[in-house]
Design a protein around this ligand. Structure first.
Ligand SMILES: [Zn+2]
Length: 437
């Protein structure tokens, strides 16, 4: 094996060892933010190999270590010795598009399937544009899209030490009104609650109630098709429950394929990122303030601060539903193919689903008895309210807390915030569950 330009430089075993140790010194993102099935581990979203190499060089110089490997070598050690990726909570590209592009010579069948896919996504975009225009004309019609922002870290600063430590994250669920361009951000720190289906559903329920009080009769929501957060029976259940109370004529949620929609929420998130690029942030409250003042051109973003006691356990409550699985025609519900679900004020116990954007609706009777179901479905759904975090906040891991306290002890976090970090609650081991459906 010879290098491109004659002989490759031989690096000493010590220098290779110091690179291995350097890569190992970065904390991994908590597993419950990642997919279960993967053996891959993830590094913080703010990192990249080039950034890690820069930090490595900086550290070598600080330690007086002159044996600095090249960036190529650093790269190779990284890819050959670790199964590490940089955490991206959202994939930017659509899986189907990427898969098609990777076929060298697609056959007619594959081409047809792909053309169908593109057409379907075009239809979804049209539906969203129509909803947007309608909501500008019709005061009783609302159109919104919502999305989770990437994790917002505390503390946040440009000090390189922060890269080596686990940080406290703040969650932000952004709701964008397509008609008025008003933005509402539901925000909470990770020690209050996670970012799963019940948390998303709780924020949506609050929002739907407010829209109904404001005179809305018909509400169309749009989101991506993430099964863990949006496209699942818990959110569907929340729709039915909420509409029993607020009685909108129609309430629908359309799932857009990631990578195909220019999502208004993305622009909100990039406004927040830009306006905080050089900001130094130590607490969730500072994040809330930064978001409140991020938009200069239009009405400021409205921040709603959420605490653990507000979140409803829709996952558990939805177990009371007798039937999520079979539609009125007796066909099995294919949850992973659902494009829209809708509930109507005049048919409170049914969920209407489509498998094609704007396609025929199938009715699913949530109270329909299933032949095989046992005796556990005698309870009624109404008048239940179970809290997601019954006794306390959800907490953070011990390792994370240790890292945060070490930043305080190193003087990298101002004294005024030390008591905040020292009093952060720890999670119990069984809280480490995954948000995947
Ligand atoms: Zn696609």
């Amino acid at each position: 094996m010879s290098g491109k330009h004659g002989k490759q430089k031989k690096w000493s075993a010590e220098s290779v060892q110091s690179v291995l140790a350097h890569i190992q010194s970065f904390p991994k993102v908590d597993s419950h933010y990642c997919r279960k099935e993967s053996s891959r581990e993830f590094l913080d979203q703010s990192l990249s190999i080039s950034e890690m190499y820069r930090l490595y060089v900086e550290r070598c110089k600080r330690d007086g270590n002159a044996d600095i490997v090249s960036s190529d070598k650093y790269n190779r050690i990284f890819t050959e010795n670790f199964n590490l990726s940089f955490f991206r909570p959202k994939k930017d590209r659509c899986d189907e598009c990427v898969a098609f592009e990777n076929i060298v010579a697609p056959n007619e069948d594959q081409k047809r399937t792909y053309a169908k896919h593109l057409k379907s996504e075009e239809k979804a975009r049209e539906m969203k544009t129509e909803a947007k225009e309608k909501s500008k004309r019709d005061r009783e019609f609302g159109a919104m899209c919502f999305d989770m922002q990437q994790l917002l870290p505390c503390p946040k600063s440009n000090s390189s030490t922060f890269y080596y430590k686990r940080k406290l994250y703040v969650h932000n669920l952004t709701m964008y009104d397509l008609g008025t361009a008003e933005v509402r951000c539901f925000m909470w720190p990770e020690f209050e609650a996670r970012r799963g289906a019940s948390e998303v559903a709780t924020c949506l329920a609050k929002f739907i109630e407010e829209k109904s009080k404001g005179g809305c009769r018909d509400l169309s929501l749009f989101s991506d098709n993430c099964p863990g957060q949006n496209r699942n029976r818990f959110v569907a259940f929340m729709f039915c429950e909420t509409n029993k109370r607020v009685q909108l004529d129609k309430l629908s949620l359309t799932f857009l394929q990631k990578g195909h929609t220019e999502n208004e929420n993305d622009s909100v998130h990039s406004v927040i990122e830009k306006s905080t690029k050089h900001a130094v942030i130590y607490s969730p409250e500072q994040w809330y303030a930064a978001v409140r003042t991020a938009r200069k051109s239009k009405a400021p973003y409205y921040v709603e601060e959420m605490t653990h006691s507000q979140f409803v356990d829709y996952k558990t409550m939805s177990q009371q539903v007798k039937n999520f699985n079979v539609d009125d025609e007796g066909d099995k519900v294919k949850w992973s193919n659902v494009r829209e679900f809708t509930v109507y004020g005049n048919d409170a116990q049914a969920l209407y689903i489509t498998y094609k954007y704007g396609g025929t609706q199938k009715r699913v009777d949530l109270q329909r008895r299933q032949r095989s179901s046992g005796g556990n479905s005698h309870a009624t759904v109404t008048e239940m309210s179970e809290l997601l975090y019954v006794t306390s906040q959800c907490g953070i891991s011990k390792l994370k807390k240790e890292d945060l306290i070490s930043l305080c002890q190193a003087g990298l976090v101002p004294v005024a915030y030390h008591s905040f970090y020292k009093s952060l609650p720890l999670c119990s081991a069984d809280n480490e569950g995954s948000d995947e459906d």
